[in-house]
Design a protein around this ligand. Sequence first.
Ligand code: PLP
Length: 388
Amino acid sequence: MDQQQIMALEAAHTSGVYPKRPLAIVRGQGARVWDADGNEYIDCAGGQGAANLGHAHPAIVAAISQQASQLITCPEIFYNDRRAELLAALTDAAPAGLTRAFLCNSGAEAVEAAIKFARLSTGRIGITAAMRGFHGRTLGALSATWTKAYREPFEPLVPGFVHVPYNDLAALDANVCDDTAAVILEVIQGEGGVHPADPTFLAGAQALCRERGAMLIVDEIQTGYGRTGRLFASEHYGIEPDLLTVAKSMAGGLPMGACLIGPRVGALTPMSHGSTFGGNPLACAAALATLEVMRTEDLPGRAAWLGAHLLARLRTFNSPLIREVRGLGLIVGIDLRVKVTPILQKLQALGVLALPAGSTVLRLLPPLVIEEGDLDRVVDAIGTALGT
Ligand SMILES: Cc1ncc(COP(=O)(O)O)c(C=O)c1O
């Protein structure tokens, strides 16, 4: 099928919930993807954060192929060798205290698990989340998400959620009480426009939670797996979350999520939660290989220096269209004074795929394996698209 045929067939049957771009991507390698007509793009959409290892990484291809012929599915009522290895490796790599993990299949599911575990362990209902925060689209995760347009069509949502301004410790202080089960925060608000947390805000949130018996849920679904220059962005801040959610790149692009669990959560009772596909050996094999690649190729270190280079170059632009350039490692937002969609279209025509974050922020989430030369081409294309 050529590009037009693919788009026509998919458009005829797709749900309609996605704002689709007129592009059918059929192949990827490293930080590059190709459309059905053979055009090549540098992929700074990066699978919306699921392609930190790049496309078709040989270690992931090998791990999936090998495990597929061994055992694909195995519910968690049984033990499994790959799952056992992954749980050990994941909790070993995680911030201190997170020695257990619930495995699932997506980011929203990881957030659902964190909310349920917080309520279960505290016996409380309240969840304090942040304005501009994004935690997913299922009803629990959506209740923690801020954007009105995502929430309103589905109200009433889950009761007990309040939102406070991000980076406002006084507001958080006023909204954590003796019925608060958890505070849920991103380390860098990704969908909300690439806003990093102030160190005092996260440290303060942790102190408030400990003092008042609430759990601190840190959502690293977008910032985890090397993206910010450390394996987990929490490491930059020296915080020890009670529950930490990951997904996106954790299995090299295969669907997988996890909720890591700290000691303050206590024991979780059998039957209190579950998932048919959670911890399936195929995803576990890919996730094990992902952690190994993160380590052997030092992808967090690569994200740190490439990200510093990218931010430095973008900050040399003297364009009236740019309000601010923000980011850490290879999560970068260019806050514009104009709508981002036409700029994304211009970039696509120049062979670069990127993301929005809200209506005016251009977001870059390139694979961490991207070559420096490709990143420089991206910067040049952004300069052209912005007319600098
Ligand atoms: C911080 C954060 N949390 C949760 C989610 C939801 O993840 P998923 O789309 O896998 O459900 C996302 C997705 O973009 C995210 O960025």
